[in-house]
Design a protein around this ligand. Structure first.
Ligand code: TRP
Length: 363
């Protein structure tokens, strides 16, 4: 059996620091620790199309962006199978069969789907494909017999649906599929990084993102104008660190080493927070430090990205090889699925014999 990791992203835009702390950094760690027998990371373009059906060009353009983000963040095609969802037809096939094992009302109760329907103003007119995406996502996970799915809290309802479907399938037909577990981000900042404007979430539609692909200049422009404590008007005023995005980012990204390297007046973030809270420490100084911390983290990513950008055809080759490897696994599971469902007619010698017997003339 083995321990198998699978996770993916909708390729609707380039990835930002929220993705990085929330999942990408962890994936690279998991890849390097090597505790898992196999790791799949894929671009969920089929799922992205469920609410972008009229804009396939957006998805198409972002395939390379997201692939560059993956590779430059450190995902290594030698250790991790990278693939594109739409190129695995077995996913559509398994989705079709899983749809028979779940009710409409069960999908309707999915809180993530509910929120998304509201957000997209789909209430009156829900595209059927969009409505069914939790089943398609269950197929993504089950087809590869994933045991572990690193994802955010919002994906928990999808994992519940997946586990239910796996149980239903195994009970109804035969023990073929595997129940997965979610692996949540370790801490609160990793779960939800606020935007540079201090709003709850870093998100492309809010225009408050720092992208992995931003230049050092772009990062500084964004950090310089970040939201801090609106009541911290003069340097001498006491400042608040709660809800202050600069400090939330420092929580997420800075280490004691960064202090030693860039700001040795303080031993660590606690000392810095103390001073800020007492008063007498200006926002600009903190922002300069944060900028150094972020750029130190992004610099190796930028260097790798620059290298990969020199050979874009090779990116497609990497994705093609990953997709071919994923298809082998997909074909194996689907053959087990068809056998369990007894729809493997041409390979079923017993069925052929039995039917022949049945139609033999009785003399
Ligand atoms: N729903 C996920 C997201 O919006 C993307 C996704 C699709 C996924 N299939 C998956 C994540 C399977 C984990 C496992 O980000």
């Amino acid at each position: 059996m083995g321990k198998i990791i699978l996770t993916g992203d909708r390729p609707t835009g380039k990835l930002h620091l929220g993705h990085y702390v929330g999942s990408l950094r962890r994936r690279v760690q998991l890849q390097e620790e090597g505790d898992y027998d196999r790791m799949f990371v894929f671009m969920a373009d089929v799922q992205a199309l469920t609410d972008n059906a009229d804009n396939p060009e957006k998805i198409r353009q972002n395939i390379v962006q997201v692939a560059l983000d993956y590779l430059s963040a450190g995902l290594d095609p030698a250790k991790c199978t990278l693939f594109i969802q739409s190129q695995i037809p077995e996913l559509a096939e398994l989705t079709t069969y899983l749809m028979n094992l779940i009710t409409v009302s069960r999908v309707q109760r999915n809180p993530t789907v509910k929120t998304e329907i509201k957000m997209r103003n789909f209430e009156a007119n829900i595209p059927l494909g969009f409505f069914c995406y939790p089943v398609s996502q269950a197929a993504d996970i089950a087809l590869f017999k994933a045991t572990t799915v690193p994802a955010g809290e919002d994906q928990e309802p999808m994992l519940e649906v997946t586990r239910e479907l796996v149980r239903r399938f195994n009970q109804t037909y035969a023990e073929v599929l595997v129940e997965p577990n979610i692996m949540l981000p370790e801490n609160a900042t990793a779960r939800r990084l606020p935007g540079t404007d201090g709003k709850e979430k870093m998100s492309k539609s809010l225009g408050n993102c720092i992208y992995l692909s931003d230049s050092a200049d772009e990062v500084w422009q964004k950090v310089r104008s970040m939201y801090t404590d609106p009541d911290h008007l003069r340097v001498d005023d006491p400042g608040k660190v709660e809800g202050n995005a600069v400090f939330t980012y420092l929580d997420a990204f800075s280490s004691d080493d960064d202090f030693a390297e860039f700001w040795p007046e303080y031993k660590n973030l606690d000392e810095l927070k103390d001073h800020y809270t007492r008063g007498g420490l200006g926002d600009m100084k903190c922002k300069k430090f944060l900028n150094q911390v972020i750029n130190k983290m992004l610099e190796p990513i930028r260097v790798r990205r620059h290298e990969y950008e020199q050979d874009i055809p090779e990116i497609f080759n990497i994705l093609r090889r990953g997709t071919d490897a994923a298809r082998e696994v997909a074909a194996q599971t689907m053959s087990e699925v068809r056998e369990a469902m007894r729809i493997n007619y041409f390979d079923d010698a017993e069925l052929i014999r039995q039917q022949a017997e049945l139609f033999k003339s009785p003399h």
